[in-house]
Write a protein that binds this ligand. Structure first.
Ligand code: AMP
Length: 723
């Protein structure tokens, strides 16, 4: 132990320099000189010293990575010094060649071209993680931010500091500010460890485990942990490949920049190549495809960048991406598996959707066992039969899709699949839509439809009742506590509190000896409990204040989405007045065609629906006032513009929302919703039956989301990469 404060301070400084130097050798250069135990011993000495003399601790000390105490409730926003762009995609080598040609044409034809140098390109692996921008001030890590919408990100400094291959101090003397950019990722081994731990944790608490679907989500989730102490346990890692402004750097090319970043102490990916010809670029891409499955982390392509920084400047940016770089995306991974069953799901409006269930298979980073087959026509077109060996891939690397059956492996006894003639939920006869491909159960008593209708009523865009998930609703129905949406308003706290959630919890009632013998805890059905019940009850009461347009939308009348419901309430002011409107009167309103008019009339001509409306009135819901502006729906005003700058295209049918209504919510968060896919599209949300728009999006390499992802965006307002 050091004798004096001064000596302790000096020794600590020496130890920190030594530890930083060896971290640099280990992470940046991959040339460790010390054994792990010798390194740990240096760190141990520093920890002890700082414990004895807490005054000597500095924020850049390697002991400060584990954090542990930092707890943010919300992340501050950070305005990026320079926009964080995304990249344009090349979906095959042909598109890559087209880009190479565009670049050389642009440079060759530019009379102001200052460069005699030959065009060269740097090829890098495209790491499938979360982008990060890290600012250093006078060589010390000051701030780190996520990409967010590209202009504004979230301050995740405390979490970034826990990542061991990100230097807290640079190895080069750099005065002033510098901002580096790269990718934070979760190695496969860490990902597997994390999911096992989450599973064990959930089991011990008697809960269903919430696992991460893939390392990318796990990295993004870990970066946005509110407690950095948790991030520290997640074993994240980084690759750095850019600086925001290169004005004063001692480099003139991307290649030199990568070497320089390595010298500064950053972890730079070793698989890089400086290429002069298209053939060399192709070769790198092919090698990357080959090595993809052997790497200890996920990559989803190759990024090709113009090497000269001056030429990069000359080429500049489009609205969305640099012209001097392109992402060559890997062809979607295809896997074979065996189709075990085709089950039929019944949606809110009674549409029957066939869903393939197959042996679980790992495709592009996550295990899948189900995929929608959209409709009967699709099943016929693909000619997939139970027992077939089928080929699965992920559309846009997200939604699993059944491509086709391997005919040569078809067993002898397969049968052509048929849509059931009766609803699998209620047994009533199924009808085919006159004007479409959908088969539909039209029974108003169908339990599957009822569950979907109840779920729709409580959903965020309708009555917005938190805490009533599908499982709880199922239990409420099974216990006869809820038969229709009006029943929610009769529920008591007691009824809710004693409801079984369908999960089991461990009880510690067994004696220690017995536990030692059986090695297990006893389990019993988990109840919702008073706390949760009170919260849900409050939410239900609070939902009585929703404006009439939301009530109307919540009723789930076919073809009446959020926008139509608002139009109707604006016009008629009350649901009672709407109830008395004729089909002719309805079609006079702009935006209401004969099909909608007919379904509305049909709804109000059904006595059960009238009874339901009376019950809702009795429960105290707002069905509209004949005067005043009570019918104005201002629910979505003043929402934070978290999706500003993003353009969404919705295609295919959605189960939980109408397209209008989903678009409305996206707009309310500042996003644009467009009807056609172009290179300006940020995301395409593809539901069952998506066709040409989905194909175009895939061709352009636009990110594709499924309805689950859309639901999350609608519920939180957060852009997809942050979820
Ligand atoms: P995308 O999100 O598909 O538009 O792709 C752009 C993203 O790729 C960037 O925002 C980075 O986060 C990520 N990326 C991963 N590896 C690299 C790399 N080597 N160079 C540039 N960007 C990369």
């Amino acid at each position: 132990m050091s004798a004096s404060f001064k000596e302790a301070q000096l020794r600590a400084q020496q130890l920190r320099n030594e530890i930083d130097h060896h971290s640099y050798l280990y992470y940046a250069l991959n040339e460790p000189e010390l054994s792990d135990s010798a390194f740990d011993s240096l760190l141990r000495e520093l920890i002890d010293l700082e414990k004895q003399w807490p005054q000597i601790i500095v924020p850049t000390s390697p002991t400060q990575r584990v954090g542990g105490y930092v707890e943010n409730n919300t992340f501050d926003s950070v305005q990026h010094s320079k926009r964080m762009y995304s990249l344009d995609n090349a979906m095959d080598l042909g598109e890559l060649d087209a880009w190479l040609k565009r670049v050389s044409d642009a440079i060759g034809s530019n009379p102001k071209s200052l460069f005699d140098e030959e065009l060269s390109y740097v090829c890098e692996l495209k790491i499938d993680g979360s982008s990060i921008a890290i600012t250093y001030s006078d060589g010390e890590l000051k701030r780190a931010a996520t990409r967010g919408d590209g202009l504004t990100g979230e301050d995740v400094t405390a979490n970034i500091r826990t990542i061991r291959d990100i230097p807290l101090r640079l190895q080069q003397d750099i005065s002033g500010e510098i901002e580096v950019r790269g990718e934070v990722y979760m190695p496969h081994a860490s990902f597997d460890r994390l999911n096992v731990a989450l599973e064990e944790e959930a089991q011990a608490a008697g809960k269903t485990p919430k696992l991460f679907a893939n390392p990318r989500n796990a990295a993004a989730g870990s970066l946005r942990q509110k407690e950095s102490r948790i991030t520290a346990t997640r074993d994240l890692a980084s690759f750095i490949y850019a600086v925001a402004k290169d004005n004063n750097l001692p480099v003139s090319s991307q290649w030199e920049l990568l070497q320089w970043l390595r010298k500064c102490g950053f972890h730079v990916n070793p698989s890089i190549a400086l290429c002069k010809t298209a053939e060399e670029v192709h070769e790198f891409c092919k090698q990357a495809i080959d090595m993809r499955n052997d790497l200890p982390y996920d990559i989803d392509g190759v990024v090709v960048k113009v090497n000269s920084l001056n030429t990069q400047k000359q080429l500049g940016f489009t609205a969305k991406a640099p012209r001097w770089a392109i992402a060559f995306k890997f062809p979607p991974e295809e896997k074979t598996t065996v189709l075990r069953d085709i089950v039929v799901q019944v949606g809110r409006t009674g549409v029957l959707t066939p869903v393939a269930e197959f042996d679980p298979v790992l495709v592009t980073g996550s295990t899948v066992a189900r995929a929608t087959l959209h409709n009967l026509d699709e099943v016929k077109r693909k000619d997939v039969r139970i027992g077939d060996t089928i080929i699965i891939r992920k559309a846009g690397d997200v939604i699993p899709e059944v491509l086709k059956a391997v005919q040569s492996l078809r067993p002898g006894d397969t049968e052509v699949w048929q849509m059931p003639t009766n609803c699998p939920s209620c047994g009533s006869h199924v009808f085919k839509d006159e004007d479409g491909v959908a088969y539909r159960c039209v029974s108003s008593e169908c339990p599957a439809q009822r569950l979907e209708r109840l779920g729709h009523w409580v959903s965020r865009t309708a009555m917005d009742i938190d805490g009533l998930g599908a499982k709880i609703i199922e239990k409420l129905v099974a216990n006869n506590l809820v038969v229709d949406v009006a029943s929610f308003y009769n529920l008591t706290i007691d009824q809710l509190a004693t409801l079984e959630t369908g999960e089991e919890k461990y009880v510690r009632s067994l004696s220690a000896e017995k536990r030692a013998l059986t090695g297990d805890y006893e389990k019993e059905p988990a109840l919702l409990g008073t706390l949760m019940a009170t919260k849900i009850h409050e939410q239900i009461q609070e939902s009585k204040n929703r404006p009439p347009a939301r009530v109307l939308f919540g009723l789930g009348i076919r073809n009446v989405g959020k926008t139509v419901a608002e139009t109707l309430v604006r016009q008629f002011r009350t649901i009672d007045a709407l109830r008395n409107a004729t089909e002719e009167e309805l079609t006079l309103i702009e935006g209401i065609g004969p099909v909608i008019a007919k379904t509305i009339r049909h709804f109000f001509d059904t006595s059960d629906n009238i009874r339901l409306i009376e019950e809702l009135r009795e429960a105290g819901l707002d069905l509209g006032k004949t005067s005043g502006d009570g019918s104005q729906d201002d629910t979505y005003q003043d929402l934070p513009q978290t999706l500003a700058g993003l353009t969404f295209v919705l295609t295919g049918s959605l189960e939980n929302h109408t397209r209008d209504e989903a678009e409305e919510v996206l707009r309310s968060y500042g996003a644009k919703a467009s009807g056609s896919v172009s290179s300006k599209t940020s995301y395409v949300v593809a539901g069952p039956g998506a066709g040409s728009k989905l194909a175009k999006a895939q061709q352009l390499g636009i990110k594709i989301l499924d309805e689950d992802a859309l639901d999350k965006i609608l519920a939180t307002g957060e852009p997809p990469q942050a979820i």
